[in-house]
Write a protein that binds this ligand. Sequence first.
Ligand code: ADP
Ligand code: MG
Length: 292
Amino acid sequence: SITPATLSAISNGAKKGILFKGGVHLERLGHLNAIAFDKTGTLTKGKPEITDVLVRDNIDKEEFLLTVASIENHSNHPLAQSIVSHTKTTLNRDLLQPDGLEDISGWGVIGTIGAKKWKIGKADFVDKDDATAFSNGISKELAAQGKTIVYVQDNEGIIGLIALKDTIRKETKEAMAQLKDLGIYTVMLTGDGHKTAEAIANEAQIDHHIAECLPEAKVEHLKDLKRKYMNVAMIGDGINDAPALATANVGIAMGEGTDVALETADVVLMKNDLSRITEAIKLSRRMNTIIK
Ligand code: ADP
Ligand code: MG
């Protein structure tokens, strides 16, 4: 049964934009030793902006963008949404209707338009050697600036790349510092590449980061963290975070997250405000002391 102290703490939380799906989750927050964070949409705003578009000499940049956007229009990844809205505003042309589509979570998308099959996504998803040769060191530079590189390949090979930069939320750095003060270890889990992950992790001042995580790998890393730190929370927003949210001692979703993340989570940050987490942990620690 739920105590009056717990009830009042839950209702206080709700006023501050933290939704608890039960008293036990509030209690568990106070026992956390580590928190794992998803990158895109959690530590960052999840609204990446296109910074660079590079195409082969024989490729028309406008047609390139139009085709990529037409295929990405059928993916709900934040990178896809940014590419679509950028293309719509800069080109002001109707998108094409692809004949075939496959959205492969954690990798990219495949689309067929006429006789051409396009593959759009990370280096390991496309012909990696060709991607490395095409970018000729440039992608390393872009990644070191914290940008995510999306490669584009047609039947013949890599024809271009798009770099996008997401910005960390304004409260991220302060929230990480406060968690450190509370003695909580912070880890970033991301599907993005090593260099990009490192740049963002440095900006966020997070203790540790693990890059190139497939959705299944996020769960495995969480289990590892639980073995090492006992009580571990996971904070995420995406469909691919849901299994890790379910594995954590406390699963926390960003309020703007996808439905699956919101349903799976034990706690929801209604205002997408990471700083609420430290407040909630302090509240829980106080409450746990009173109960004992
Ligand atoms: P994250 O949310 O951390 O970016 P994901 O697991 O969703 O991780 O994706 C991993 C990587 O796969 C992305 O960083 C991106 O490079 C690539 N990717 C996934 N979906 C798409 C897409 N629709 N378009 C382009 N690239 C994608
Ligand atoms: Mg995310």
